[in-house]
Design a protein around this ligand. Structure first.
Ligand code: HEM
Length: 325
């Protein structure tokens, strides 16, 4: 099948250090000569208004430059945004970013809901009714938060499935997998604690079922359900506890862990799909040129990271890398 040609990235959006240098002699003005456009049409003098407009246009770029000189953020952003991705990267790799986007939507809509929600057993239900019926765009924002919760749970499972089936949990990414597992538990905790907040019949009885299910867990189960209920019966104290967990404790932990998760993704890169084979090493040279005990990778015994063979064949077929006699 003929390969589709990828569109060229315009030079303007590529940072200078990554731009392909032009051929020597191409472009620019020949030494000792005025640029061609100056010869034919000298620039007209700008009026004060035009100058002001020019300065106004440059102002946002100047302001960004000012901040960048002090933060050196562009180097960091260039490193992060212009990373090489492995061959075979496909749409399934967008599931992590989609989960991140769902979390951001939850955070933003949650802030607006918090402006009107009252976490009290007597007023919670009425405050939700107020949001839905009277607050401008209240029903939309509430709906986005409610449906967004399910979307985030579905996306996080799909993303976990992708990383599992592509073997992305293996060395050196085990820690990122473990962080992911904690993120999964925290996301489920958000969904569970948020469900009680409207304090209607459905959320009340569903939370009792959920707390009782937690209570059936081994060893810690009964303690966990007592902690969640915050009293002998589900009531005002339970609502206050769920609200604090939902609004303060868990979002803070999720933000911190997403930061660590992203740091590791940028540092380690993403995993190639399992069906993509590693390239043969470019430095492969005739066996007679190699020192005894080294293979074409320049590594002893042909072993790569974690002792696994990454590229190339063992030199002598036995795997010990010694040149044949
Ligand atoms: C709030 C939840 C999460 C967010 C926002 C998130 C975000 C991301 C993003 C943006 C990436 C890079 C792109 C990609 O591979 O999709 C990534 C990679 C990864 N995530 Fe997550 N993730 C979350 C939860 C999880 C969970 C639950 C797991 C597994 C239990 C997990 C394990 C991984 C692993 C192992 C990688 C590396 C993938 C690779 O090397 O190809 N993440 N995550």
């Amino acid at each position: 099948m003929p390969k589709a040609r990828l569109p060229k990235i315009p030079d303007a959006v590529v940072p200078p250090p990554l731009r392909k240098p032009g051929k020597p002699g191409s472009g620019g003005t020949p030494k000792g000569q005025a640029p061609a456009d100056l010869k034919t049409a000298p620039p007209e003098r700008q009026s004060a208004g035009e100058k002001l407009l020019e300065v106004g246009k440059e102002a946002p770029i100047d302001a960004l430059g000012w901040v960048d000189q002090r933060l050196a953020a562009s180097g960091f952003l260039t490193g992060m945004l212009y990373r090489k991705v492995p061959k075979g990267t496909n749409w399934f790799y967008t599931l992590g970013s989609a989960t991140l986007f769902a979390f951001i939507v939850q955070a933003v809509t949650g802030v607006f809901l918090a402006m009107f929600y009252v976490p009290s057993a007597t007023q919670a239900y009425a405050s939700i009714a107020h949001i839905n019926n009277e607050v401008p765009f209240g029903q939309l924002v509430h709906g986005m938060h409610k449906w967004g919760a399910s979307v985030m749970v579905i996306l996080i499972f799909l993303h976990m499935g992708r990383t599992f089936f592509f073997g992305a949990y293996k060395y050196p990414r085990e820690l990122n997998w473990v962080i992911g597992v904690v993120l999964l538990i925290l996301t489920m905790t958000m969904a569970f604690t948020g469900y009680l907040l409207p304090f209607d019949q459905r959320s009340f009885w569903a939370s009792i079922v959920g707390i009782n299910i937690n209570g059936t867990g081994p060893v810690v189960g009964p303690y966990l359900s007592d902690f969640l209920r915050a009293g002998p019966e589900l009531g005002a104290t339970t609502l206050a506890r769920f609200y604090a967990i939902h609004m303060l404790l868990v979002p803070g932990a999720i933000i911190a862990l997403i930061g660590a998760h992203m740091y590791l993704v940028v540092k380690l890169g993403t995993t190639a799909p399992p069906w993509v084979k590693a390239d043969r090493p470019k430095i492969a040279s005739p066996v007679s040129h190699l020192e005894a005990g080294a293979n074409g990778n320049g590594r002893v015994n042909g072993s790569g990271v974690n002792g696994a063979r990454t590229h190339g064949e063992p030199v002598d077929g036995e795997g010990n890398g010694a040149p044949p006699a």
